[in-house]
Design a protein. Structure first.
Length: 239
């Protein structure tokens, strides 16, 4: 992808998430048939957090994963970072009053240029982020910079099912049902027509694991959830 297309993608993604913030959680619940909460818990369990840890959740959106992570950090904190101000405002509004709300910090920031110091976090997470950034390698390199040596970087996103039969069913769901649902909820064409298109150029599971390794992560592995529709990748910064 050339630089102009990358810049166009970033602008489009920013405007899209600004516009879908009000009903973002509703769409996630409907699209996943309620499984999104299970996927977030899976990421939080793999993070293996302990009291006092400082976590950065990038592309945090409305903060649902951030809140799940906050349950395990005790006296630590979770930075809920997103490029969309509207998403973070929605997060702060919806999560206020929740038991672990005081452990959350809200920060506007770009995943390609993370506004934090080197070696600052024990764990970095992301959900639905890597498919939407201009450059995956640059984003993962930035994550590696700000995570501490030995720390984990965990990403959750759409996968590419390996079963041919399941893939056919998944393609119908992705290319027909999701855009229809998006138009039904938002009353317009656009945001959820983009979702299946974004998966076309997104790397498959093994390819993304290779990118993790290429930027310098070790002990790279991934977990396929819900038949490979969802994939959680993990890597660690060398000590």
């Amino acid at each position: 992808m050339n630089s102009n297309k990358k810049n166009d993608k970033e602008k489009y993604v920013y405007k899209m998430f600004q516009s879908i913030a009000p009903k973002y959680d509703l769409m996630n619940k409907l699209m996943s048939f309620g499984l999104d909460s299970y996927w977030r818990r899976f990421v939080a369990n793999k993070a293996e957090l302990k009291s006092g840890d400082k976590v950065l959740d990038i592309g945090a959106g409305t903060g649902r994963l951030s809140l799940e992570l906050a349950k395990s950090v005790g006296k630590g904190s979770v930075v809920c970072m997103d490029i969309s101000e509207n998403m973070l405002e929605k997060a702060a509004e919806d999560l206020k009053g929740q038991k672990y709300y005081d452990l959350l910090e809200f920060k506007v920031g770009n995943a390609m240029d993370i506004p934090f110091n080197n070696d600052e976090f024990e764990v970095i997470t992301s959900a639905w982020l890597l498919r939407n950034v201009k450059d995956i390698s640059t984003t993962l390199t930035e994550m590696k910079r700000v995570v501490k040596p030995g720390g984990k970087v965990i990403s959750l996103d759409l996968g590419k099912p390996k079963s041919k039969l399941f893939k056919k069913i998944y393609d119908l769901y992705l290319y027909k049902f999701i855009p229809f649902l998006g138009r039904l909820v938002y009353g317009q064409k656009g945001p959820y027509d983009y979702l299946p298109e974004s998966l076309k150029t997104y790397p498959a599971q093994d390819e993304l694991a290779k990118i993790y390794e290429d930027v310098g992560f070790v002990n790279v592995r991934y977990h396929e959830l819900t038949g490979g529709v969802i994939v959680v990748h993990m890597g660690e910064k060398p000590c």
